[in-house]
Design a protein around this ligand. Sequence first.
Ligand code: ATP
Ligand code: MG
Length: 363
Amino acid sequence: MAEIELKNLSVEFGAFKAVDDVSLTVKDGEFVVYLGPSGCGKTTTLRCIAGLVKATSGDVLFDGRRVNELSPSERNIAMVFQFVSLYPHLTIRENIAFPLKARGTPRAEIARKLEWVTGVFKLGDELNRYPAALPPGARQKVALARAVIRNPAVLLLDEPLSAIDEQFREEMRWELGHLQRQLGVTTIYVTHDQREAMSLADRIVLMNNSRIVQVGDPDSIFLQPVDIFAGQFIGSPSMNLIDLVPVDGGLRLADSGVTLTAQRHSLPDWALKSRRKLKLGIRPLNVHLVEDETGAGSDIAVDDVFSVGRERFFTFRIGDTIHQGVDKRGKRAAGEGRVHFDPDGLLFFDAETGRRVVAEERP
Ligand SMILES: Nc1ncnc2c1ncn2[C@@H]1O[C@H](COP(=O)(O)OP(=O)(O)OP(=O)(O)O)[C@@H](O)[C@H]1O
Ligand SMILES: [Mg+2]
């Protein structure tokens, strides 16, 4: 096991910075998920930790020791990619044992480790089969078993489940999380799927444009996004974003006749006094329909109510923008109801910088 530290890490490809001044410490045994849109630098960061890409500047440390100059094989890491390549002419047993055999590990020890790892991954029945005979999910398990059999200090996973069918992915995800905890191996997992990140991570590292945007456990990233990007990238359906216009006694939702006030919407005092141009962020989870006439935001018209599986959503329109809310009233609710913003769910962002503004930072 190892602690990984990235210190002001940058990776440049010609004039392009794929990783820009990234600093992070991953604790021994921790499960960290790198999350961000396509092209933001996740894979490059991972490859740099693995030693497959050279840092242009900055350092990679394992347990406090600088490893920049070490080759991948000297770093004691194991890596699993999106598209697994197993040796097609070797059985599952031979595939999994391959890394040990390649290093000349004694037979008895290989047998012991095989038993352990196939037990953990529940691959006991598949050992004499060939990769082509296994479904993709099982093949990915073989790849993971092969990766961990030699007790790597660090496990690096780059979208390892994205080539697997949706129906198996959920189960694999659960198993992977469970396994990582059982093994206690320091793990960095790369994905652009926020749901995957939310369900697996001890901590999420959110990246955008080659830089770290926010680091935190799933709850804190969800509840306290540092900026509009973080707010909208995490959570589904996405956070609603509405321009605010200061008016006498409140903040009006731009392009609407609706004004949020301290009295009716528990608008914080600092937001009312703020001289910044603000945007309101509110998650669909925090917008619902109520029956009463005094409900906050009650002048907003409901567009449509619809079900997705067992959940009910609704849309409402402000200006030309369609927003979403969650209808928690149950199927039997009569009438359209009125849009209500949960005061606890109001997030305020600086319209110019996109940064979230909180009470303590009042201008
Ligand atoms: N060897 C390379 N040479 C030049 N540019 C590269 C190289 N590798 C990556 N890049 C560029 O660096 C940027 C970051 O790539 P990277 O693969 O790290 O993104 P990613 O976050 O993993 O994206 P995805 O979610 O699509 O896998 C991209 O714009 C990519 O085109
Ligand atoms: Mg990638």
